[in-house]
Design a protein around this ligand. Structure first.
Ligand SMILES: [Zn+2]
Ligand SMILES: [Zn+2]
Length: 283
């Protein structure tokens, strides 16, 4: 039996066709995974915003409305399902979506799930108090200002994440420690007792729901030293017996599959299981 771990990504495949901050055609991204030897991949485009108040700057600049993006999201699933069939002999594609946590998200996500019937969802937090914090350092600091401090922002992030996990039960929990994105002191901050307590609480919930964590490679693509999940948390994850699967969080052909080999190397070194589970819808 060949025990070499298969290349996989269960979070990514954002394309310029269906996401304003990504590049390239969805089909070209799929072809890249095939070229790299992937036999399974999860494609998880961002969900459309609930209303025009939650449009991203690049969407506003393109004069798009929430209604336009909702329509585009329908086209995304249509094309992805067509590509799933077209390339079925070469690669198993899981059609997913990456969620948001803006006010009122539970109803919005449930509607999207029943309308588009994804194979699974990635549960992510990109907003705190309805402000996106990961778009730029300015947005990050603006969010911290509203929260009162970086520490308070981290605490709010992990509280929101806890609620999201309980509400949506996403098969994949996306970039668990994304809140560290523009913080040079993140390693220390993630160990502060108040923050650490919330991290352990969230991991306990993930374990009890038998969810899987995204080993998110986007930081490596940006030239940073380690993926989300940072090493201190990854140790807790291993001790608690939580499953972890690589996610390239690709936003274009050149990022598809990037650093997945490195992720498998790190996970293997930490003693993680590398026979990857197939994602399913749990809600
Ligand atoms: Zn994105
Ligand atoms: Zn994300």
């Amino acid at each position: 039996m060949n025990m070499t771990p298969h290349l996989i990504s269960l979070h990514g495949g954002h394309s310029g066709q269906y996401c304003n901050h990504a590049r390239d055609l969805l089909e070209d991204i799929i072809l890249r995974y095939i070229e790299l030897g992937f036999t399974k991949v999860g494609i998880t485009e961002h969900v459309p915003p609930m209303n025009d108040n939650f449009l991203f700057p690049d969407e506003k600049k393109a004069n798009l409305t929430a209604v336009d993006i909702h329509k585009r999201f329908g086209n995304y699933f249509n094309e992805l399902n067509a590509l799933k069939n077209k390339y079925a002999s070469k690669i198993k594609i899981f059609a997913g979506m990456e969620t948001e946590t803006c006010t009122g998200y539970a109803d919005h996500m449930n509607k999207l799930i029943s309308t588009f019937q994804p194979d699974y969802i990635v549960g992510s937090v990109h907003h705190i108090d309805d402000i996106y914090f990961d778009y730029s350092k300015e947005d990050y600091d603006r969010t911290a200002g509203v929260c009162g401090s970086y520490d308070a922002m981290y605490e709010k992030y992990f509280d929101l994440q806890y609620e999201m996990i309980k509400t949506l039960k996403p098969f994949i929990v996306g970039h668990f420690d994304l809140i560290r994105i523009y913080d040079e002191d993140y390693k220390k901050r993630l160990l502060h007792p108040k923050i650490k307590k919330k991290i352990i609480r969230n991991l306990t919930l993930i374990k009890s729901l038998n969810l899987v964590m995204d080993f998110n490679l986007r930081p490596l693509a940006r030239g940073e030293k380690e993926p989300y999940i940072t090493s201190s948390i990854l140790k807790n994850v291993k001790e608690m017996g939580i499953r972890v699967v690589p996610g390239d969080d690709s936003h274009g052909v050149s990022e598809a599959g990037l650093h997945v080999d490195k992720a498998i190397e790190i996970l293997t070194a930490h003693g993680f299981e590398t026979q990857w589970p197939d994602p399913v819808l749990l809600t």
